[in-house]
Design a protein around this ligand. Structure first.
Ligand code: SAH
Length: 229
């Protein structure tokens, strides 16, 4: 079983690379892919760069070129739900693209013909996450995560996203990774730790908490890997 572990930014995968110790680096399509074995599990680790296009490329590469059979995403996100505070973890139950808009033709936001407005994550991976959470004694929220090619730092946009998608968190890569994995039939899991509240203070909060939140998420995902071997 070869597992992909993906982030968007270097800070999101650095704690993972630190944990695996030794790895082989392959350069492909202007990116680096790190192959390692961790507690007997074969891993391919990469950060994609920010946004839907780069994350699509990386997820596809991990599956098609490196042969990954499951994909775990670890990173940070802006909170939409008032329940979520900086450092809290959220597991995506399903994901949608909040900036995909052909509503002019009567379609709902996030939908294109032959696509899905919401893509569900793998249930058994979510169960693994819940058992890790209960062993650690931490609360992990499960909910809708939405994705768009924009850093949301605006209350009106955040409120619109909340009412349109009933979203709990937002970020810039999850739904595109979901689209790739769903199309290629690869079970996938998206975990995010909150770095900001997607409001007018979001960029300051992000700069202050991104590294610690990225680490919280990465450590959790590595505990899941221990159960997937
Ligand atoms: N500081 C970076 C840019 C970060 S973009 C730079 O200057 O290069 C934000 C990243 O964190 C994305 O990968 C996204 O998935 C996630 N994220 C965290 N908070 C977010 C928010 N409020 N809106 C959108 N994405 C957010």
């Amino acid at each position: 079983m070869k597992i992909a572990i993906m982030g968007a930014m270097p800070e999101e995968v650095a704690p993972i690379l630190e944990k695996v110790g030794e790895y082989k680096v392959t350069e492909y399509a202007s990116n680096k892919y790190y192959e390692a074995t961790y507690n007997g599990v074969e891993l391919v680790i990469a950060y994609s760069k920010i946004g839907k296009v780069f994350s699509t490329l990386t997820a596809t590469t991990m599956i098609e070129k490196f042969g990954c059979e499951k994909l775990l995403f670890s990173g940070v996100a802006g909170a939409v739900s008032a329940d979520l505070k900086v450092g809290d973890l959220i597991i995506a139950s399903s994901l949608a693209q909040h900036d995909l808009d052909i509503t002019a033709f009567g379609h709902p936001y996030g939908y294109v013909p032959e696509g899905k407005q919401f893509i569900e994550t793998d249930k058994s991976l979510r169960e693994v996450a819940k058992s890790v959470a209960s062993e650690m004694g931490v609360t992990v929220k499960e909910g809708v995560i939405v994705t768009g090619d924009q850093f949301v730092c605006d209350l009106d946009r955040k409120n619109w996203i909340e009412s349109t998608f009933k979203a709990d968190a937002l970020e810039m890569e999850g739904a595109s990774v979901a689209c790739v994995c769903d199309s290629l039939d690869v079970p996938f899991f998206i975990l995010r730790s909150i770095s900001d509240a997607a409001d007018m203070d979001a960029s300051f909060s992000f700069d202050e908490f991104m590294i610690s939140s990225a680490k919280t998420s990465a450590e959790f995902v590595m505990k899941m890997v221990n159960k997937l071997g």
